[in-house]
Ligand binder design. Structure first.
Ligand code: NA7
Length: 543
């Protein structure tokens, strides 16, 4: 074989996290396509490979933050607790890979740096960072929602003699025991890191830009009864989960918060607080916490009271108390506020004393105080959705670049297909469903597999979303988002955490149940909004 001849694949998958692994399984094991998945990491697991910081764990319950396609594995797999730790997630995902014999078609330490559609041959031409070339009939991008890191650019970064790490690039050799640690960022990651690391470090300085609403997660060992109830009725349980809005495995409330008395509201909030769970608190208490200002204010006020009840020092309590809407992605971490009662934990409010820069010994704030540190941790989040795509060049029909197509903001029909980019499918692309991710991923991957099957059955060489469908879907997502309070705060859900970036709708907020119904209707209508092209038939020779 010519060594310069690219290797041909029926399908190439970018990413070997939860989405990439399942895509490989569907396309190779179910559709029988010659498929290979590529990942820039040296191991599988995506998010769970990269985020190894102290305290990392899922904050959606382990019984539903997992695949549902393999019932036998569900029965055999024992989760240790209500929320899987990062290590446990990696062990689980590796077991899925092994069980379905996927490892032989996963190529690690390999990024796709260029993907170019060849219209004459109807293939994607791929170039990797390892210098290899491939052609693939179908390209599925499963690059993750939260994968490109967001890092502050602080003056004097080069001078700092200590170590600087981002939580999503956590070095496995870093032991914080007995060190003076600073952390910037108090989102889901920061709050997990703060509570876990405070128990081992000599001193922890938390640099807080925004105070956060944090509810307990209610982490606890899983009782055999709870596990048994899921195992007993697997199909029914998953059918019900997939029919809900956010698919987190609890009953979502349909009661408006203001339809009950103040006492009843507090009782409901207290029960949810005791049970734990961020999504439960936002969606299980009342139907309209994320959409009605009064309902939202009631929930916010309940959490604010908890902060003041918990934190001993009134000034620290005040600094920890948010005043804006409760409308970022909900955060759940056990004992977060109580951590500030520890003697080795100090809170610096950046609103009062912003960071002026790094010094050789630590971080200096505007009050002239130098905070001495051995390690500075950035728990500063991600450039959601689009950031994952900015790392590679994707060129579609007539060489149009995806970044140019997305100049006004990222978009994809149903979160999966982009006009001008035939035979490219995205798992969790822009305007995908906002829900517990594994059931959302399974939904999309199965639908993409169905679409590829249909394309082949029709004898088509190309399938592509129309621009009209892509735009209309975007408008629908904008309209639904406007019913919620989420766009009204700055957060990664709307991409507005990145400096200088205008908020944009990155998710479909209509719920997983409705999303699945829409997908079924579209497929039943012959995949409305997609164009199928058959290879031009050569003109018969003239007699
Ligand atoms: P998030 O939720 O985006 O949180 C990032 C945190 O970092 C947040 O508190 C930010 O403050 C803070 N931040 C970001 N940049 C800066 C700068 N320059 N200076 C000070 N503080 C900063 O990311 P996470 O990793 O915690 O969570 C992301 C998702 O991962 C999470 O929602 C789960 O789905 C899993 P801000 O609040 O923006 O003022």
């Amino acid at each position: 074989m010519n060594e310069h001849q690219p290797t041909h694949l029926d399908a190439a998958v970018i990413g070997a996290g939860i989405a990439g692994i399942y895509t490989l399984h569907q396309l190779r094991n179910k559709l029988g396509l010659r498929t290979r998945a590529f990942d820039r990491a040296s191991g599988i697991g995506g998010t769970w490979f990269w985020n190894r910081y102290p305290g990392v764990r899922a904050d959606t319950q382990s019984l539903v933050y997992r695949y549902s396609f393999d019932e036998e594995m569900f029965d055999e797999w024992d989760w240790s607790s209500r929320y899987a730790t990062g290590d446990e997630m990696l062990t689980y995902l590796q077991a899925v890979v092994d069980r379905h014999d996927l490892g032989r078609d996963i190529q690690l330490d390999t990024s796709i740096e260029l993907a170019e559609f060849d219209e004459d041959q109807n293939v994607w031409r791929l170039t990797t960072t390892t210098g290899q070339t491939f052609t693939a009939t179908y390209l599925v991008s499963a690059v993750g929602v939260l994968s490109a890191i967001n890092t502050p650019n602080l003056p004097g970064q080069g001078q700092f003699r200590g170590r600087i790490v981002h939580t999503a690039q956590w070095p496995t050799d870093l032991d914080l025991t007995g060190l003076r640690v600073g952390v910037i960022g108090t989102g889901s990651t920061g709050t997990q890191f703060i509570t876990a690391s405070s128990k081992v470090v000599a001193h922890l300085t938390v640099f807080q830009r925004s105070a956060q609403y944090v509810v307990p997660s209610g982490s606890s060992p899983l009782s055999p009864e709870v596990v048994g109830s899921y195992r007993g009725d697997f199909d029914q349980a998953w059918q019900e989960i997939r029919a809900t809005r956010i698919a987190c495995g609890f009953t979502e409330s349909d009661v408006p918060a203001m339809s009950v008395s103040g006492d009843e509201r507090r009782r409901v909030f207290q029960d949810a607080w005791d049970a734990g769970g961020g999504f439960q608190f936002m969606f299980g208490t009342f139907a309209d916490i994320a959409s009605d200002r009064d309902a939202n204010a009631a929930a916010a006020s309940f959490i604010r009271d908890k902060i003041h009840e918990t934190v001993n020092d009134p000034q620290t309590a005040q600094r920890l108390t948010p005043t804006d809407l409760y409308a970022k992605r909900p955060i759940a971490t056990d004992n977060y506020y109580a951590t500030y009662n520890r003697e080795n934990v100090e809170l610096v409010s950046l609103g009062e004393t912003p960071i002026t820069g790094l010094t050789p010994a630590g971080v200096r704030t505007s009050d002239g105080v130098e905070h001495p540190l051995d390690v500075l941790v950035y728990a500063t989040g991600f450039e959601a959705v689009q950031g994952s795509y900015d790392r590679m060049r994707i060129l579609g029909r007539e060489g149009e670049s995806l970044s140019v197509h997305w100049a006004q903001g990222p978009s994809a029909y149903l979160g999966m297909g982009v006009a001008g980019f035939p035979n490219l499918f995205m798992v969790l692309g822009p305007t995908s469903v906002f829900s517990n991710l594994p059931p959302g991923i399974e939904t999309q991957v199965e639908w993409i597999a169905g679409l590829i099957k249909e394309t082949r059955a029709r004898g088509s060489v190309q399938v592509e979303a129309t621009l009209t469908a892509e735009r209309e879907w975007g408008a629908t997502c904008d309209q639904i988002a406007a019913y919620t309070l989420f766009p009204q705060v700055k957060s990664w859900i709307f991409g507005s955490n990145v400096p200088g970036r205008a908020p944009r709708t990155l998710f479909y907020f209509g719920g997983l149940g409705e999303y699945r119904r829409t997908l079924t209707d579209i497929a039943d209508a012959g995949y409305e909004g997609f164009t199928f092209r058959t290879a031009p038939i050569a003109a018969p020779a003239l007699a």
